[in-house]
Design a binder for this molecule. Structure first.
Ligand code: IMP
Length: 430
């Protein structure tokens, strides 16, 4: 039963969309399993650039069915906009192609208001969330007062649940954060409308995917965010509120562990982060400008969801080895290698130091990581443009040395290298 899981090994934005897009060509189904519209995947097909936040990027392949699992939190406004924009671009999105789990939870304007109020109340200790209501929606799920999408099939129960939800939000906004209440009656009507619009897409995703796998169909689980943002395994508390790691795919889609074939860890050739939290290899000099770009190109390091400039730095092999461990990564996909072209020297972090002590695994908490000094290995750069390279032998020898250094340090093969923004700008390795 072949399930492939594509997982980010860093703080998100590793270019998973590209790799999913590539693998989706051979998949029958592509499924999102965690997070919400805090994610942003950019897929370039010819001249069309799609920025998708909820719908799996596999939708751009005409033959694939796409699924949104129970582990996802769904803002219906984003979802409906995305469906409309894809349809306008001539891509088929209908209830026999897009299936949304009845056990996924809904994000409302109440969750957005709470996210904003909570971040403001945190002051300097803020997490730097995407303000998409993700944390508050998962909080409601765990507190067992969430808006599970099964409710859209029963308007009586849905209205009661929405009324209770907005009453609860307003109590928190007023009493805890001193904010104005939301217009609950208006919002109940509004969300009832959204529920009606998404009802045709609601399905038993776990049953459908298990059935597909049982028939030998290939399913691709599309991760959002990344390992270091995982609620349990990331740099807590500077994390998201779900489990983007590979085991989260099983939980978030209702699948058993026996169906996993490959776990494909996607890693950028350098490191980026948006939001607050430790980042040992962060750089601020000319190298930072080189890595980030000016913002003029879609591949420059500015958030797909928020437009925020991303923090940038050298590849951290300590964190990559850690990500490989907690995900059970079986192969790596290295993205954006072309961005390193033109640098005289390329550094990789191979260990950390505190005083006399050398560390080859990360510490227990984000606070300690702040004080860990990265120990670098320096590698020679290359000046050649590599976007037209399609075979391993065509890469400059220093670029090959860089890739080999990653493989040796991680003991996992690099099977794909993306060298440019277009769909075909990839080197496949056997
Ligand atoms: P939240 O997921 O909006 O609650 O944000 C929590 C943290 O995760 C913040 O640091 C965000 O910047 C970060 N984050 C959430 N989604 C993404 C993503 O798709 N890419 C990169 N960072 C993300």
């Amino acid at each position: 039963m072949p399930l492939d899981i594509v997982v980010g090994t860093q703080w998100g934005d590793e270019g998973k969309g590209r790799i999913v897009d590539l693998l989706a060509a051979q998949a029958d189904a592509v499924a999102r399993y965690s997070g919400g519209d805090n994610a942003g995947h950019t897929v370039t097909v010819g001249r069309q650039v799609f920025k998708l936040h909820l719908i799996p990027s596999g939708i751009t392949h005409p033959h694939t069915q796409v699924f949104i699992g129970n582990g996802v939190v769904i803002n219906p406004v984003t979802l409906l906009n995305e469906i409309e924009r894809l349809q306008q671009a001539g891509i088929e999105v209908h209830p026999r192609r897009l299936f949304i789990s009845f056990a996924a939870h809904m994000i409302t304007a109440g969750h957005l208001a709470l996210d904003r109020a909570q971040e403001a109340a945190r002051g300097r200790a803020k997490i730097g969330t995407t303000l998409r209501g993700i944390g508050p929606a998962y909080t409601d799920k765990v507190a067992r007062r969430g808006l599970r999408l099964e409710l859209v099939g029963d308007e009586g129960r849905l209205v009661t649940a929405l009324q209770e939800h907005f009453a609860n939000v307003n109590e928190l906004l007023q009493k805890l954060y001193g904010e104005e209440p939301l217009d609950a009656d208006l919002l109940v009507e509004e969300y009832l409308g959204y529920a009606r619009a998404i009802r045709p897409y609601i399905a038993d995703v776990s049953a459908l995917l298990n059935e597909a796998l049982g028939k030998g169909k290939r399913v691709l689980a599309e991760g959002a965010q990344g390992t270091l943002l995982d609620l349990d395994h990331g740099t807590y508390p500077f994390v998201t509120s779900s489990n983007p790691t590979a085991p989260g795919a099983l939980l978030g889609l209702g699948l058993g562990a026996a169906c996993v074939d490959r776990v494909i860890g996607v890693t950028k050739a350098y490191q980026t982060r948006v939001g607050a939290g430790p980042f040992p290899t962060e750089v601020f000099d000319q190298t930072a400008e080189h890595l980030r770009g000016s913002g003029a190109h879609p591949w420059d390091e500015f958030g797909t969801t928020t437009g925020r400039p991303r923090r940038v730095g050298w590849l951290d092999l300590v964190l990559l080895r850690y990500a490989i461990r907690v995900n059970g990564v079986s192969e790596l996909a290295l993205t954006k290698l072309d961005i390193l072209s033109g640098l005289d020297e390329i550094k990789v972090c191979v260990a950390y130091r505190t005083g006399e002590q050398l560390h080859t695994i990360p510490p227990w908490g984000a606070a300690q990581l702040e004080s860990y000094q990265p120990q670098y290995r320096s590698l020679p750069g290359w000046s050649e443009e590599i976007r037209s390279c399609r075979r391993w032998e065509e890469l400059p020898s220093n670029a090959r040395q860089y890739v080999r250094c990653i493989e040796e340090s991680c003991q996992v093969p690099v099977k794909r290298i993306s060298v440019g923004p277009e769909r075909g700008d990839v080197i496949e390795l056997s």
